[in-house]
Design a protein around this ligand. Sequence first.
Ligand SMILES: O=C(O)CCC(=O)C(=O)O
Length: 260
Amino acid sequence: MNWKIACIQFDIAFGNPEANIDKVYKLLKVAGEEKPDIIVLPELWSTGYDLERLNKIADSGGFVTTKLLKSAAKELGVHIVGGSIAKKTNKGIYNTMLTVNNDGEVVGEYSKLHLFRLMDEHHYLQPGKTDGMFQLDGEHCAGFICYDIRFPEWIRAHTTKDAKAIFVVAEWPLARVEHWRTLLIARAIENQCFVIACNRSGADPNNAFAGHSMIINPWGEVLAEAGVGEEIITATVDLAKVDEVRKKIPIFEDRRPQYY
Ligand SMILES: O=C(O)CCC(=O)C(=O)O
């Protein structure tokens, strides 16, 4: 399976869902002109990190953002790994990634498991309780959100279920850009899978963000990488490369989980 993948890296308007929804629809159309198979958006793209006002601006039931993603996916004939949005439920607010296929069906919903204390997420958000597995074109994929990449055991729990491509959506700060790059490349090498990572650019009142969205192959080679500003990066990934690398160095066969 070959997929042309586009990551839309953009500056998110702080606490302004109307402006962001409008911008995302326009950007999806621009990215769609290159006829990608999959488009990826960044973390919390409708609200940004306006956590103090999240109760007011989070998407109730995720209805507004889900509707947009479903109709854009159908209109453009593209799968959308829809970054994440703040989803308000009767159990609290979740940082939720929605994946929609090119028929406009929701095929994945994952809420961030590891809440990032350094940015006070644990005061405003509920942690998810499900894994991030989903399928596109019959291929096993997994989704993760930002801080999740610091937990290699969480990623491994998905690649042992045969995830061949992992999608990371983020609002990763510029101050730790080298952690971002190094962790993503390491996750690709150790799991022998594609890593498709979409970060935001720009700044909010508390942080400047790193950009540097990346598409990395199972050998750890960077196929595409953005700079710090707004940019759409694309690369074509051939999933057969996963089996090729896993055959060459069979780490999944050589694991000794009984000892760890
Ligand atoms: O782990 C980090 O350094 C950044 C994580 C983060 O910004 C987040 O999870 O939102």
